[in-house]
Ligand binder design. Sequence first.
Ligand code: SAM
Ligand code: SF4
Length: 340
Amino acid sequence: MLPAPIPGLEQPASGPLVDRFGRAHTYLRVSVTDRCNYRCTYCMPAVGLDWLPRAQVLSYEEVARLVRVFASMGVSRVRLTGGEPTLRRGIVDLVGMIARTPGVTDLSMTTNGHALAARANDLAAAGLTRLNVSLDTLDPERFAAITRGGNVAAVLAGIDAALEAGLQPVKINCVVIAGQNDGDLHAMVDHFAGRPGTQLRFIEYMPFEGNGGQKQHVPAAELRRRLAERHTLTPIERQGGGPSRDVRLDNGLVVGFISPITEHFCDACNRLRLQADGSLRTCLSRDDAPNLRDLLRGGADDAALEAAIRAQVFGKVAGHEAHVDGDFRVFEGVMTRVGG
Ligand code: SAM
Ligand code: SF4
């Protein structure tokens, strides 16, 4: 069920960042670049994209200022993403800047892990608290096919480095693509059960304009059924309003299911997305994104930025429509710009 507007609720001028459905937003994903060294089939076209010109991408000072404004309205959790965040020069400096922001208590990153081995220690020292690494299969050839050229050994080395740097838990994001890697479920589980400090999350494939919009998801219920053929699944109570529904397997591994298509979580959505060009996306599915960068560069003070953010968040849609009548609609835009 999608939430209904709360009758009589007016846009607040202070306090938590709520929308007209009464949802308070405490979590901000920041895409620091739209560029990537991989070309995952579910994320972007084989030829890549016309990357944003540098001048259109937020500078670190601009990101840090916007994060400060968001934090003053109750955003306490920030995740850096992309494109590939480890590719952006000086990313460790940005981590340090955001980690020092009053009110930000949790600073994480989602990465493809390719360049992580060389950076994990510096990221942890700068104040990163947690990491998600995307890995859809352990099979080198299948991995190279899905990522169009990726190196699974480099990613596994990155995960090891993150664990050694104390960035735990390292959550492994696995997008399950029907007919491609859904046969790797048990191999992934067995591997990460043997790597203390990791958790595994299976994500339903989302149809975006940027990936051709095909229907390729495997329902989370089907994944749970397949896991239950070999394991006992004990549900873990949800914490923090995140989208993952977690279970603990009898081998000790925590496995999460993120199911935007078949078991959407829009009613509890607490997230906002700042895209690399400074536009604020309030729902993953919609390109409703007025540009905060232009306001910033036009000389807006913090009060003007806050007012613009509050107005946009208050007007947020109830949710995406991927699940309407068991059908789905294609999400607007390209994932590498949105940041996942
Ligand atoms: N490059 C980094 C990475 O791959 O982790 C960060 C950016 S990526 C866009 C963020 C997350 O979105 C990744 O975990 C990726 O697997 C996921 N993702 C991308 N396209 C998706 C899609 N069509 N459906 C589901 N998840 C997707
Ligand atoms: Fe790059 Fe991440 Fe998109 Fe793959 S999912 S192409 S690694 S941004």
